[in-house]
Design a protein around this ligand. Structure first.
Ligand SMILES: Cc1ncc(COP(=O)(O)O)c(C=O)c1O
Length: 440
């Protein structure tokens, strides 16, 4: 197989820039936790691609599933079902609580959330959707309307009825009430505000059980029970978006299992496809039947495609066979210990949070004021890349310097140690450089 020929033009000359800066080198190959650029330089991937490759890059079982699909069918008329799609719907129904028994298979997380919000609207006959500050649910209009992390400016009105609740961020209390332990006051104030703004048409609340894009916010004990009560009181549905948190990253099949609260609608994406575009919207018989009777329409070109479904089945097989849930918890402890060691060494690390293989590290100018140190964060992230470690720094409003550390669940202990050592070196060098410049 020959590699595509590149001209000497700048790489991005014919590409629209869509957000984050492009990495400084072209990537040619990816396996497990490693990627290699076109010069053959090895880079440790602590972002699992875009949070999708939980089995590691190009897992042999995913490659095999793609081959199998090539022998069978890749794509079909949207009204045709195939054995992989039926099997995947059955497998999810077995894994999920009994009431979450009906699935719709789509391509992206945004699409799954669109489908979920449309189900909630049609079922309830209402239109208002509540999201959380710092949230990210995708780039299509409906999903973007409940994104409060970024991207709201410059595109005209969002969907009417998009409302926001403060996320329970104990490190930066959104209502300036708690410090380090959230007592849920933000939730009560938030729902008072929602009630004040609502036109009486509250359809649903959408949230990640652990808000990843918002900087890895783990809610306090009992929080989701209180949210569910608020929803039930108002006749709202609860939608959990488990794009990043399902299938092992937090040590369970689904993150909501940690909190003992089940959603009315669940969306799955990134981690279900293990690197291929596959998403699912899952709900109850009752909601599905009601919406169907009301004419629910969400047919897309790639709905129920056999290729991604075949891959999704392989992902679920490997998750069970390689006991990735337990592995994520055990390796997560090693990662936490490494990050706490870095925190004890470097004043700039204000907070380490999260568990399993989804952890957030917040960089601050000083530990008392907790003012974010975005400049140093970006410089260290760049230096990490030069040293062979790919890291994602998330920027959420005032909390502009949080690394979201999420290697594949197949990462080795050695690779975690190597990542921590590179981080240590990068922080040390960048801080020394800054100190030198301050003197000079
Ligand atoms: C929690 C969550 N939901 C939805 C999405 C959107 O998924 P996609 O980019 O596949 O549309 C993302 C993407 O980052 C996400 O993190």
């Amino acid at each position: 197989m020959s590699a595509p020929q590149l001209t000497n033009e700048p790489w991005d000359e014919h590409l629209i820039r869509y957000g984050m800066p492009f990495a400084p080198s072209l990537i040619a190959r990816a396996r497990g936790t490693l990627i290699w650029d076109i010069e053959g330089r090895e880079i440790l991937d602590f972002t699992s691609g875009q949070m999708c490759s939980t089995l590691g890059h190009n897992h042999p079982r995913i490659v095999e599933a793609i081959h199998d699909a090539c022998e069978g069918a890749l794509h079909l008329f949207s009204g045709m079902l195939s054995p992989p799609v039926v099997a995947l719907s059955q497998r999810l129904a077995q894994m999920l609580p009994r009431h979450l028994s009906k699935a719709l298979f789509l391509s992206t997380g945004a699409e799954a959330n669109e489908a979920a919000m449309k189900l909630a609207k049609l079922h309830s006959g209402r239109y208002e959707i509540v999201g959380f500050s710092g949230s990210w649910h995708g780039m299509t209009s409906g999903a973007q309307s409940v994104n409060y992390a970024a991207g709201r400016k410059g595109y005209g009105p969002m969907m009417p009825g998009s409302l926001v609740l403060p996320a329970p961020n104990a490190y930066h209390c959104p209502v300036r009430h708690c410090r380090d332990a959230c007592d849920g006051t933000c939730l009560e104030i938030g729902f008072d505000m929602i009630d004040a703004q609502s036109t009486g048409s509250l359809a649903a609340l959408i949230a990640e059980p652990v808000e990843s894009s918002g900087g890895v916010i783990v809610p306090p004990d009992g929080y989701w029970h209180r949210v569910k009560e608020h929803c039930q009181k108002r006749g709202m549905l609860l939608i959990f978006d488990e794009a990043q948190t399902a299938f092992g990253r937090l040590g369970r099949d689904f993150a909501f299992q940690h909190f003992g609260v089940e959603p009315d609608i669940l969306t799955l994406s990134k981690t279900l496809g293990g690197g291929l575009p596959l998403s699912a919207t899952v709900t109850s018989d009752e909601i599905e039947a009601d919406c169907h009777a009301k004419g629910y329409l969400h047919a897309t070109s790639h709905v129920s495609d056999p290729l991604p479904a075949q891959v999704g089945l392989a992902v679920l097989d490997v998750l069970a066979e390689e006991r990735l849930n337990a592995r994520a918890l055990a390796l997560g402890e090693q990662l936490t210990a490494g990050l706490h060691w870095l925190q004890s060494k470097h004043e700039i690390i204000g907070d380490v949070r999260g568990f399993g293989l989804l952890q957030g590290v917040e960089l601050v100018k000083d530990r008392e004021t907790r003012a974010p140190d975005a400049l140093t964060g970006r410089a260290v992230t760049r230096r990490c890349m030069e040293l062979g470690l790919s890291m994602n720094i998330v920027s959420v409003g005032a909390m502009a310097a949080i690394w979201r550390i999420a290697p594949p669940l197949t990462v080795s202990k050695k690779e975690i140690d190597r990542g921590i050592a590179i981080l240590d070196q990068a922080i040390t060098e960048v801080l020394a450089d800054h100190a030198q410049r301050a003197i000079g």
